[in-house]
Design a binder for this molecule. Structure first.
Ligand SMILES: [Zn+2]
Ligand SMILES: [Zn+2]
Length: 112
């Protein structure tokens, strides 16, 4: 009898852990959604949120957006200038230029 009770308690604990995990996952997803939403928020009025389309003014990194109407304001230029200083550039700029680098080593020019 006691074993069954213990098993039931265990089940309950397992289910509680699963529920906690799901909650954590949901919270994490929500946080990511909020974070991505914040990235697409107009940096001037902080009111509009970019959802694709239209003629938003943005940085190549995709983390800076200004609503078209707000882009005409002086604050837009200032905000963009401020962002560009600390901007890491577009995320897919990893492909380095494959130009010959080791070419300039001592080339003995033995012309006779
Ligand atoms: Zn705006
Ligand atoms: Zn940027």
């Amino acid at each position: 009898m006691q074993e069954a009770a213990a098993k039931a308690e265990e089940d309950k604990a397992v289910r509680r852990v699963a529920r906690e995990e799901r909650k954590v996952n949901q919270e994490r997803e929500l946080a990511q959604k909020v974070a991505s939403r914040e990235l697409h928020r107009c940096r001037v009025c902080a009111d509009k949120v970019h959802r694709g389309g239209k003629t938003w003014v943005g940085c190549a990194c995709g983390a800076f957006w200004v609503f078209p109407a707000c882009s005409k304001q002086l604050a837009a230029g200032a905000a963009l200038a401020e962002h560009v200083i600390m901007c890491a550039g577009p995320p897919e700029s990893g492909s380095g230029s494959q130009s010959g680098v080791g070419d300039s080593c001592s080339s003995s020019d033995d012309s006779e």
